[in-house]
Write a protein that binds this ligand. Structure first.
Ligand SMILES: [Zn+2]
Length: 342
């Protein structure tokens, strides 16, 4: 994707990041040094490693090709200290782009291959977050737990049960603030995961659902009607359905928009305008998000600049408002049962 110029006014804005995956955001040099430490380097140079971790132009256009980029990080993020270190590095990197509200998301189950429990896998990320928060107490930070669609509804429900005990309101530190599903979308409709989301909602967690990225608007409807989604990840195909746009606007359901990623996965066609414009026009609340800073080779400044550029003259003021409103709609500080009623 053509790069964008980041004006100093964009850099200075306080930003809110609501959709960023831990595994896809590990700084390449940190991952490289961890692979070296474990004697696991699959290639000879940092440059070659970077090509494997960052989506290349000839790999664009498919969600599954995009998801392939997540294999290498999993080689080393199976150990408590490594997970803690990568989480810490990601939070520090977000701070450099003046992110003041940060929700990271992560699938604990795929970090248990070396014997960690789900609980330890969650605690490792929170521990990394808390290290940075000890130095920056005004940074708002929380974790969204992801169930992988391909693991099925039963594992998702077990995960939801294990996760609610780490909810933010139960602890004097950063905690789990939301629940999500991700992974191969088509063929794994949100409806299947209803019971898991019932558990998460009853436990006070916010609900966000990857939907409408690789499947049609009917998946977004299911996320809203059957899972009680407060927010939708990507939601690109919702623009095809006027009734759905009215519903998202009426209920204040935020669409987490990730521009660079959406073009890379083919969720939005290369020559099509990004749906964020239609969302704004329809009064649907949006957030500007990175998805994966490493895989998508981006950051909050660049994503914000991209949206500002699309909006033209009113761009700066509009992105300021988007970030302010997104910060209010973050799940952080709102995980008590009933606080996120919809
Ligand atoms: Zn995502």
């Amino acid at each position: 994707m053509a790069d964008v110029t980041v004006a100093p006014e964009i850099r200075r804005l306080s930003k809110c990041e609501l959709h960023q995956h831990v595994d896809g955001s590990i700084p390449v040099d940190l991952l490289w040094s961890m692979l070296r430490r474990h004697g696991l380097n699959p290639v000879d140079s940092l440059e070659e490693m970077e090509r494997r971790l960052v989506l290349q132009p000839d790999e664009e256009g498919s969600l599954l090709a995009y998801l392939d980029k997540f294999h290498y990080p999993l080689w080393i993020t199976q150990f408590y200290e490594n997970i803690r270190s990568v989480a810490e590095a990601i939070v520090r990197q977000a701070l450099e782009h003046n992110v003041r509200t940060l929700e990271l998301r992560y699938s604990p189950v795929i970090h248990t291959f070396a014997g960690l429990t789900v609980r330890q896998s969650v605690r490792a990320v929170l521990s990394g977050i808390n290290r940075v928060r000890a130095e920056h107490p005004d940074l708002r930070c929380g974790l969204v737990v992801i169930a992988m669609r391909q693991h099925g509804p039963h594992i998702a429900k077990i995960l939801a049960r294990q996760t609610v005990g780490e909810a933010e309101h139960l602890h004097q530190r950063s905690g789990v603030v939301g629940f999500d599903i991700a992974g191969p979308e088509r063929g794994n409709p949100p409806r299947l995961f209803r019971e898991a989301f019932d558990v998460a909602r009853r436990g006070g967690l916010g609900v966000t659902v990857h939907a409408g990225e690789d499947a049609g608007p009917e998946y977004v409807w299911q996320a809203v009607d059957e899972l009680g989604a407060h927010r939708i990840g990507h939601g690109c195909t919702a623009v095809r359905d006027r009734e759905l746009l009215r519903r998202l606007a009426r209920d204040g359901i935020v669409v987490e928009c990730c521009l660079t990623s959406n073009y890379q996965t083919g969720a939005v066609a290369r020559d099509a305008p990004h749906p964020i414009l239609a969302f704004l026009e329809a009064g649907v609340p949006v957030a500007i998000c990175t998805d994966n800073t490493t895989v998508s080779d981006t950051d909050q400044d660049r994503e914000t600049a991209r949206v500002a550029e699309l909006l033209g003259a009113s761009g700066l003021e509009t992105v300021r408002t988007i970030h302010e409103q997104a910060a209010h709609r973050s799940f952080i500080g709102r995980t008590r049962p009933g606080a996120l009623a919809r």
